[in-house]
Structure formats: C-alpha cells, structure tokens
Design a protein around this ligand. Structure first.
Ligand code: BTN
Length: 268
C-alpha cells in the first residue's frame, strides 16, 4: 500500500500514479511548472495522435482559457489546473458531456465532506453559491469530433492577487475550513471519477447522469437571467434540463430549450 500524500506535498507525477493504483495504466499524467494553457497543449497533442487518457497539469498557466472566450485566472499553488484528453467511440453523441463532467467533480468534492456543493448550468461547480471550479471542453480541429479535451480548474486557496471582479463570486476549497487533500490525491480522485463517468457516458450518454445533475442543481425553480452571445438577455424560471443537458427556461413565451449561454440569479 502507498502512504497517502501529505497535504503540503506539491503535485507530482509519482504521487498521482501511486494514488491511482490499478487505474494508473489508463492515464498518462504529465505535470509542468508552466504553460500557456493545458487545454491548448493537449489539443495540439490530440492532433498528432496522443492517446485517450493523456493528462496535463500545470502549476501555472500564462494564458488559461475559460468559457465564452474569457481567460481563466489561477495563481500558482492556489489552484489545480489540468486537462484530460479523451477519445470516445465513433458516433458517440457528446450532448451533455460538460454537465456529466460537473457531476463527477461534485461527487469527488462531496466525498471530501465539503458542505454546500452545487451545480450551475452548464458546468460550474459552486461552493455555497460561489464558483469553485469551471470546466472547458474543446474539440480539436482536424481530428474526429469524438476526441475531446476536458479542461478543469479548481480553486484550492483564495489567492492574494485575486482580481477585484472575482472577489465576491469566487470560492476556494480552503474556504470550507476543512483540511485540504494533497493536490496529487485530489487529481487522482478526480481522474478516477472521470474515468467512471466518461466510460458510462460512452455507453449511455448524458441520460445516465441527468438525475444526479438535477439533484445538485443550484437554481432549480428559481428566477434567472440568461446572457447569450447571440441574443438579447432572457428572463425566466429554471425548470431543469432535458436528456441532452439543454436548460429548460420557462419564459413569458413558454418553456424554451437553451443550449448555450450563461445564467445568473435574477435580483429580487
Ligand atoms: C470556465 O470558464 O468556467 C471554464 C474554466 C476552465 C479552466 C481550465 S484550467 C485547465 C484548463 N486549461 C485552460 O486553459 N482552461 C481549462
């Protein structure tokens, strides 16, 4: 048996492999001190044939990418930022994949006994209403559409240089007051949960994760505002998600099926 990594130990390939145990053969983990974006690096590797299960974690990203063309702020040692390359069988529908990834993340955080974990459509993980983790799934151009790079950023501690705009909206694991797991342990647990979820997703699609997502839905039944890059803001009541992971928004014009955008709670 491998001794558990201590909480202060830095992220290391050997410690992640030891924690993964028999699953370590499914992953090829690399850890770098710095890169532009782990998603960008793995997308490039996907195009040159890198296998499913390739993982890249960076202690620091100089051009971390977020959803909707935003940048992702993270500070060295205060966050876990990594990407996973996954090759699904041909013709797998990827609808709802990012929500299924959110379910896997939430499950790992709940196993740490973190209270107040919830999911915000489409794929944010919240801790007591603030954003703890984000997921960015990208497809590599020039390779089959079933090849995806799943990028995940989790705030471990609140960085001293946190931008003003994120002060009131971001959460960190350390906010809970619970002892933090070693980063290698956390990464290994996340990869284990992702392996289970992605394997199930390949067979059963998002339908297999939908109920678990709804059980954790932060905004179920609540009044929200939807911001989109393509249309005017839309207001309505959150009525959950369908079997493809689309948001069901009850508006004055009836229930609309939303596939992209960003929601926030509507001020009372
Ligand atoms: C979001 O906007 O919520 C998604 C954030 C995803 C950030 C992660 S950090 C690791 C990976 N590499 C990137 O450049 N982005 C993702």
């Amino acid at each position: 048996m491998n001794p558990a990594a201590s909480p202060d130990e830095p992220l290391s390939i050997a410690a992640v492999a030891a924690e993964l145990r028999e699953l370590s053969c499914r992953f090829d983990v690399d850890v770098v001190a710095e890169c532009d974006s782990t998603n960008a690096r793995l997308l490039a590797q996907a195009e040159t044939g890198a296998p499913s299960g390739r993982v890249l974690a960076a202690l620091r990203q100089t051009a971390g990418r977020g959803r909707r063309g935003r940048s992702w702020f993270s500070s060295a040692n205060d966050s876990l930022t990594f990407s996973l390359l996954w090759r699904f069988p041909p013709n797998t529908s990827l609808a709802g994949l990012s929500l299924a990834v959110g379910v896997a993340l939430a499950r790992v955080l709940e196993e740490l006994e973190l209270p107040g974990v919830a999911l915000k459509w489409p794929n944010d993980v919240l801790l007591n209403g603030r954003k703890l983790a984000g997921v960015l799934i990208e497809l590599a151009p020039g390779v089959p559409p079933q090849v995806v790079v799943i990028g995940i950023g989790i705030n471990l501690r609140r960085p001293r240089d946190l931008p003003e705009a994120l002060q009131s909206t971001a959460a960190a694991l350390a906010d809970s007051g619970l002892p933090l797991p070693a980063t290698s342990t956390l990464l290994a647990r996340l990869l284990t949960a992702l392996s289970t979820e992605l394997t199930r997703f390949a067979v059963a699609g998002f339908a297999s994760a939908r109920e678990q997502w709804l059980d954790r839905h932060a905004f179920q039944g609540r009044a929200v505002r939807l911001l989109s890059d393509f249309a005017e803001p839309l207001e309505g009541l959150c009525r959950g998600i369908d079997s493809d992971g689309a948001l069901l928004l009850e508006t004055v014009a009836g229930v609309q099926r939303i596939i992209t955008g960003e929601i926030s709670l509507r001020p009372a």
